[in-house]
Design a protein around this ligand. Structure first.
Ligand SMILES: [Zn+2]
Length: 177
């Protein structure tokens, strides 16, 4: 029997986006509504098809992951949130410092951090997010795509302010950044 769509399905349990309910796939452990996840995959489709959006793609993945963290009941949830926050920190703080790391350098940092993911602690997510993929998806593939993703990423990193200190310390401990 098909699942019943109700108004209760409107709000994404991860990012809080209010979207018309729809049926469809969701992620294995990231807590997203099907309607929200469909917006995300639409954004990704444009990024996969445009090499100029490689750095943008990295931000999209990290931002979406930390907006759909789950409840921390599984170790992979803990590690996903921690690692994606660390990735956001490296990318956004670099941008703020005026010297965005190249894709290869960023990947090297990420691989290095990944070796220490077992040390990550669960970070409880903020109660709400100011910008969601619902604000980005209408611009996917258009001239504002990259700028919208950056706004989304920066707002999301700001929403996680309560844990900035932890993330900075954790990245610094392992990578000396
Ligand atoms: Zn969502």
């Amino acid at each position: 029997m098909a699942a019943k769509l109700t108004d209760a399905s409107r709000i994404c349990p991860g990012c809080g986006a209010d979207l018309d309910p729809e049926l469809g796939p969701t992620h294995d452990y990231m807590t997203a509504s099907p309607a929200c996840y469909a917006r995300f995959t639409a954004v990704l489709a444009h990024e996969y098809s445009n090499p100029a959006l490689l750095a943008t793609h990295r931000l999209s993945v990290d931002t979406y992951a930390v907006q759909h963290p789950g409840d921390g009941s599984e170790r992979r949830m803990v590690q996903s949130v921690g690692l994606h926050l660390a990735r956001l920190y490296v990318q956004l703080e670099d941008r703020a410092a005026g010297h965005p790391r190249g894709a290869e350098a960023t990947n090297a940092v990420m691989l290095g951090l990944g070796r220490h993911k077992a040390t990550l602690e669960w970070l409880a997510p903020p109660a709400r997010f100011a910008v969601t993929v619902a604000d980005v998806a209408p611009f996917a593939g258009g001239p504002e795509h990259a700028a919208r993703v950056i706004t989304w990423a920066e707002a999301t990193w700001a929403d996680w302010a309560a844990h900035h200190g932890y993330v900075r310390d954790w990245v610094g401990r392992w990578m000396g950044l």
